[in-house]
Structure formats: C-alpha cells, structure tokens
Design a protein around this ligand. Structure first.
Ligand code: FPP
Length: 237
C-alpha cells in the first residue's frame, strides 16, 4: 500500500544518514555491514523521492571528518560501496533517469572514484526529473572556505568589496540549487555535524531515533506530513 502523502511536498530534501555503525553493532556485525545496509536504504529512499516528484535529494554519505578520523578499513569499505553504487547507477541510468551530482572535496578521493563521478555526472546531466546530490568528503566549513578561496581567485579587489550573498552562493558546491526545505537526521542525534551550514539556514529540521538502515518510505511519508503542517516564516511574522 502506498503511504499517505500531503498535498504540499518540499522541493529539496536533505538527509544525514546516521546510525549505520550502531545498526550493525546491535546485530553483532562489522560496522561495514551497516554501511552496506545503509546504501540499500539510500537507493530505496532515492527511488521513492523520484517517484513522488521530489526535485532534489541531498544526502550526507561521508564527511571530511569521517575520512580523516575513521579506521582506514571503514573508509575503504565506504569507498567500495560508493564505487558499487556509481557502477550500478551507470548501468541503470537510462531506466532511473536520476541526475547525479557529487558534492564535497572530490579531488581528495581516489582517482578511480573521481573518474566514476565525472562519468556519472556527465552522463546523467541530461535527466530532468530528480537530482540526487551525494556529499562525499564533504564538510560545511570546508565548503565555505573553498568557496571563499574561489571568490578571491576570481574577483578583483573592487568586486570583492561589493560581494553579496548570491555571489557567494554561486561558489558553493550547491551553486544554483535551491536551499533544502527540509533536513532529516536519523540515528538519534540532534545536531547538524557540519552539514550544509550555509544552505540549511531556513530548513525545517526533523530528527528521528530510527537508525538509517531501518529508515523506511513509511517514516519518510510521516515526516512529509509533519513538514506540510509547519509554518515557515523566514524571519517574517
Ligand atoms: C553514518 O553512520 C554513516 C556514514 C558515516 C556512512 C554512510 C554511508 C553509506 C550510507 C553508504 C555509502 C553511500 C552511498 C550513497 C552509496 P555512522 O557510521 O556514523 O553510524 P553510528 O553513528 O551508528 O556509528
């Protein structure tokens, strides 16, 4: 049975997919098994978002802090899942018609993953239905610093003195994307953990105790119903 959906849906959903490690540990499995299960959940949720007409889905797959501070075996396991996900997406692209984008400091990733990313982005750029943004080696503060460096490199001193928010936005990884309307974090933590610090300024935040591999289409639909009842004021009355 299809879950009940509200009339008004967000255009852009952001998700912090937390709790993979705990999901695995509770089952006596290696943490990497949790990431594998989480990657399946991601596919299910992304397909559902596309089917119900969500225009943008942005997920936090791996932060720059995760990359630096997790054991190398765990980093490698996530890289392998990413390779597998992109290869599968390349095979099913014509059927799925999802536009793929990867956000973050991509240049620090292994060369073969960068090649897969370039290929997937180039081949899927023609699709218009739903855009899926996967943040890998991403950190919100790092993104802001990279954007600032870019702005300085490309602007004259006079232009820099006149910078406005829109100029800055164009140098972020999310350039030309609308800000997320809704941000969901699974895994029973209530913080942003350096995710989309600029872009989430006015997003509605939803936190759930559900660990990411257990997150379902049914729970997403319930959050969407909750979202539709929120009154968004953007600083107004
Ligand atoms: C957070 O759980 C999850 C991650 C750090 C990795 C997420 C990776 C995937 C879902 C797989 C790769 C992604 C794609 C898009 C193919 P955690 O390990 O911090 O969990 P814990 O808080 O329970 O330890």
């Amino acid at each position: 049975m299809n879950p009940r959906l509200p009339d008004v849906l967000p255009a852009h959903i952001a998700v912090i997919m937390d709790g993979n490690g705990r999901w695995a540990e509770r089952r006596g499995l290696p943490r990497t098994a949790g990431h594998a299960a989480g990657s399946e959940t991601f596919r299910t949720i992304a397909t559902f978002c596309r089917d119900i007409g969500i225009q943008y889905l942005t997920v936090y797959a791996f932060s720059s802090e995760n990359r630096k501070s997790r054991p190398p075996e765990e980093v490698d396991a996530v890289y392998d899942l990413l390779r597998r996900y992109i290869k599968e997406s390349l095979e099913t692209m014509e059927r799925d018609r999802v536009k793929l984008k990867f956000l973050g400091d991509i240049k620090a990733l292994p060369a073969d993953i960068q090649n897969l990313i370039n290929k997937a982005e180039a081949l899927s750029s023609k699709y218009e239905g739903c855009q899926c943004n996967i943040c890998v080696n991403y950190g919100g503060r790092d993104e802001i610093v990279r954007a600032t460096r870019d702005l300085i490199r490309l602007s004259t001193f006079e232009e820099m003195k006149a910078i406005v928010e829109d100029d800055f936005q164009r140098h972020l990884d999310t350039a030309f994307l609308p800000d997320p309307d809704l941000c969901i974090r699974t895994g029973d933590e209530t913080r942003l953990s350096n995710f989309l610090l600029w872009q989430l300024a006015y997003a509605e935040l939803f936190f759930t105790k559900t660990l990411w591999p257990d997150f379902s289409v049914k729970e997403l639909a319930a959050i969407l119903r909750g979202f539709s009842k929120r009154i968004r004021r953007y600083g107004g009355l």
